[in-house]
Design a protein around this ligand. Sequence first.
Ligand SMILES: O=C(O)[C@@H](CO)OP(=O)(O)O
Ligand SMILES: [Mn+2]
Ligand SMILES: [Mn+2]
Length: 549
Amino acid sequence: MLQKNSAFAGVPGPVVVIVMDGYGIPKHAVGSAIEAARKPTLDRLFARYPNITLRAHGTAVGMPSDDDMGNSEVGHNAIGAGQVYAQGAALVANAIAEGTIWQGQAWQEVVAAAKTGALHFIGLFSDGNVHSHIDHLKAMVVQAKAEGVKTVRIHALLDGRDVPETSALDYVVPFEAFLGEISTDGFDARIASGGGRQYITMDRYDANWPMVARGWRTHVLGEGPQFANATAAVEGLRASHPGTIDQDLPEFVIAEFDENGNGKPIGTIEDGDAVVLYNFRGDRAIEITRAFVEDDFSEFDRVRHPRVTYAGMLQYDGDLQLPSRFLVPPPAIRDTSGEWFSKTGLAQFACSETQKFGHVTYFWNGNRSSRFDGETWQEVPSDVVPFEQRPWMKAAEITDAMIAALQSGQYKVLRCNYANGDMVGHTGNFRAATMAIEAVDLALGRLLKAVDKAGGVALVTADHGNADEMFELDKKTREPAVNKDGSYKAKTAHTLNPVPLILYDNVSGGRLGLKQSETAGLSNIAATVANLLGLQKHDKWDDSLLEVK
Ligand SMILES: O=C(O)[C@@H](CO)OP(=O)(O)O
Ligand SMILES: [Mn+2]
Ligand SMILES: [Mn+2]
């Protein structure tokens, strides 16, 4: 149980944490959908309520370096756990640098299997470091050759979401050159299939299984438009789908062609092969993993289920042991706020729409898929549409659910995530992103009234930036980069900007404030919530930011 706090007895009503996904504090007005949005509620909050900025990227959230942007996994892990752990990106990089990954049983089993079959790598093909890093893939290909593997096939998911929106060839061309150079002495490594990450394979939270089914048919069955290599595939698909950015490109299969032009896929996945999913982040890795490892599987018709030695880069879900074979142990996130509020007997409510549902549940609770006692989780089904067409997403419905939960009087701690700023920010559509922020603002206005009625307070924050920077920045000046024709290049990725923390409090009579410090970050939120509840923080949690006058 968390102990009572002598400095402050706690607010009368509940404490609500509101995460505006992808809402950073912009450095430039130009290109910021947040600056451009009409947002009277947020303007009022910033003007009248205590607010500070929090670090939400780099080492402050357990990423390898401060050049790494934040993301939902590390952000929600830090908020929920109140602590910073070295995250997947850092753990894998270290395991490779120190060579421990090669000594592990999982890698050895993969290599053993691949000596008779082929070794397949499936994953996000960029250096975004949100789900994966291409350097990890490269290191594994080199090591596989050194350990006597003969055939490597790569199934490359084009990014354009954590890296510039049409940058696929910046990765594919040098990588195919590297594979060409290393394919000597009987070693044969090639890209065998791929497609846009938002079109195949990398769905999350059961939002769109047909996406995973398309990935399966592409990678495993070798079905799809055929090309001679991945460079030709990207060029060909761009020509046939003008204006489509990398993340949305359709699937492709690499084939060898006979003299009649009939193509035979070079890398279907067969019995006896080994498969490594080299993404370290779990949300978008779980569904395709299930398709490989489950005997009894009904999400889609696999047509053929090859018996393979399957390994994840990490274990993506510790509760479900998914997958059972993994190359690097995941961060052992313990003593989360969800667990300790539960042990203290507080009823908790978590809500978001499908796209972010796991963020406020699974990531929040330290990559744990089961509930703690006293937790209620409510999912609002997301639309399956390009989100620039519906920038309001489910903000209204999430708000309805939160208001109902507040009115029920059942919950002492509530949390929700508004997906809009992030999901629409990722489309690169400035106008839609502006509307996304306006939708969140409208929702917030309604939700905060219900917080007042319940005698509670809210912490309004975000997990990382996105909509705050909708144009690529010049690498040197860090200002929005201008194309030759004076236009800007759309940016789809997260940002390195800090995020707000606003204390919406109409109950303490102005006694409560927030401490700004240079190190204040997302991991300070859990202790702040505890203090607002009149409780001391857990020893493991980073300090509270609450000031009591
Ligand atoms: O869409 C995703 O998978 C990531 C970007 O790669 O975004 P977020 O971390 O906000 O979920
Ligand atoms: Mn996010
Ligand atoms: Mn995002």
